[in-house]
Design a protein around this ligand. Structure first.
Ligand code: NAD
Length: 486
């Protein structure tokens, strides 16, 4: 096992046959993958360059007609095999993820189950009818809408969910009949390589799934410029999303952008306080705070503000911090830029009058990337943390008085991914759900995700939806057919 000191990660992955150690079309260059818990290298991965990125598109383009023309039942059977192989390798995949991403191992196991669920969902969704009739408005004409795969799709994914972000895109695209070129994050290529190896074993024909590791700007730049790449699906920051949106304009690509978030977590007086606190812990500290759905601002109605602050502090002080394989509540952050951001957000808030309720700094005894879970009270709206994604275990709290006031404050952001509301008043819940400008609204709970729901944001949190039927349709074009038999 990975935690057996006599067996290092590389040997273990090689033994499991999960780590060929090279992306498709890799050249001589090497990328070192580091364990964020220790800073130690865990593997070297051979990487591709611009020529490799082009070769991947050549392969995907050559494989497209065969894959798109295959019976949906046959495509579905391969997806089902991939699903079974992912679940069969769950423990290995979870440990690969911990080694390169750092998250607690039970969260990693949960992510593998979540990742597999998209493959199963789209194996089934691929079988749904792809032709729709239209009531004719022209005499003698017969009309249909055909849904056809768009072509080669480029999939670009982040490090915080290194497996699920790949399958959420790839299974939908493959189920629709597209071939794919995948670029995972430089921080987490091993999870991507392991999924690619399992895809090979599942029997996807040559060229259907291509995983290319290398410098993001070079590889993805080749793909955005290539007219043969018809769709781009990106998950990552709004900043890079904007760049890829611009880069895709010249070739008018179909786009899905799943970008950043800045979720408000709103607690009204009369809410179930115990539940609100328990859900607040999940909404902020899951994935060590490195989650696009992470609550980034807590607004609590004044009569229950002090009580909520006290109970939230008590709950947060019980959270454990440590290396992922020890299965703590919170693992290391991904890199030193993430640590610098936590410190900058805390310093800025404190300079503007905020109080540190708990935490506030690096857990030096564990290593430079471990950050104590932190709560800040009385944080003014002008503070950077109330506007920018923190992407770490720091939570700002602020009191509010009126419903209209909190709606205006919650909506005063360019982000619009998810909002959390805690109240037991049904009319208030209805009004809040209507008023919040977010792609997803969670009421009295935190977990909202799953393969059958359309995941995505409003405003600058993105374009399009992933998951559900909509996730597959994003990789299709509508062809309108009008036939005259007369
Ligand atoms: P990032 O935008 O820095 O990088 C995302 C990926 O984009 C990288 O892995 C890299 O492969 C690629 N990339 C980076 N620079 C590029 C460039 N110049 N040209 C082309 N490609 C480039 O984001 P990150 O730090 O990896 O992930 C965190 C961000 O992702 C957060 O903003 C988070 O909110 C967002 N996120 C969103 C969702 C969602 O579903 N909405 C899910 C997870 C993460």
């Amino acid at each position: 096992m990975l935690d057996d000191p006599s067996c290092n990660l590389r040997d273990r992955l090689n033994d499991a046959g999960l780590l060929p150690g090279r992306g498709d079309f890799a050249g001589e260059g090497r990328l070192a993958v580091r364990d964020p818990a220790t800073g130690e290298p865990v593997a070297q991965v051979a990487v591709s360059d611009a020529a490799g990125a082009q070769a991947a598109v050549d392969a995907a383009e050559a494989a497209f007609a065969g894959w798109a023309g295959m019976l949906p039942q046959d495509r579905a059977a391969i997806l089902h095999r991939w699903h079974a192989l992912i679940l069969g390798a769950k423990e290995d995949l979870a440990r690969i993820m911990v080694a390169e991403q750092g998250k607690p191992v039970s969260e990693a196991r949960g992510e593998i189950g979540y990742a597999a669920s998209f493959v199963q969902f789209y194996a089934e969704e691929a079988l749904r009818p792809n032709i729709e009739g239209v009531t004719s408005h022209l005499p003698d004409a017969e009309m249909e809408l055909w849904r056809e795969p768009v072509g080669v799709a480029a999939l670009v994914t982040p490090w915080n969910f290194p497996s699920a972000m790949i399958t959420r895109k790839a299974a939908a695209a493959l189920g629709a009949g597209c071939t794919v070129v995948i670029h995972p994050s430089a921080e987490t290529p091993l999870s991507a390589l392991a999924l690619a190896e399992l895809a090979r074993r599942a029997g996807f024909p040559e060229g259907v799934v291509n995983t290319v590791i290398g410098d993001a700007a070079t590889i993805v730049g080749e793909w955005t410029a290539d007219t043969r790449v018809r769709a781009l699906s990106f998950t990552g920051s709004t900043e890079v999303g904007r760049l890829l949106y611009r880069q895709s304009a010249d070739t008018v690509k179909r786009l899905v952008l799943e970008l950043g978030g800045h979720a408000p977590f709103i607690v009204f007086k009369g809410a179930d306080m115990e539940r609100a606190v328990a859900e607040a812990v999940k909404a902020k500290f899951a994935t060590s705070g490195q989650d696009c759905l992470g609550a980034n601002r807590f607004y609590v109605q004044r009569p229950v503000y002090d009580e909520f602050c006290a109970r939230f502090t008590e709950a947060v002080e019980k959270l454990t911090l440590g290396p992922g394989l020890q299965d703590p509540d919170i693992g290391p952050l991904i890199h030193d830029r993430a640590i610098a951001k936590q410190i900058a957000h805390i310093d800025d808030a404190v300079a503007r009058g905020a109080r540190v309720l708990t935490g506030g700094g690096v857990a030096e005894e564990l290593g430079p990337l471990f950050f104590h879970p932190t709560l800040l009270a009385d944080v003014p709206d002008a503070a950077a943390i109330m506007r920018e994604e923190t992407f770490g275990p720091v939570a700002p709290l602020s009191p509010f008085d009126e419903e209209d006031e909190v709606i205006a404050r919650a909506n005063a952001t360019e982000y619009g991914l998810v909002a959390y509301v805690h109240s037991l008043d049904p009319r208030r819940i209805y009004r809040m759900t209507r008023a919040l400008q977010y792609g997803m609204v969670a009421v009295n709970r935190t977990k909202v995700t799953g393969a059958p729901i359309p995941f995505g944001g409003m405003k600058q949190s993105g374009i399009g939806r992933e998951g559900a039927r909509q996730g597959l349709e994003a990789f299709t074009e509508i062809k309108y057919v009008c036939r005259d038999w007369a």
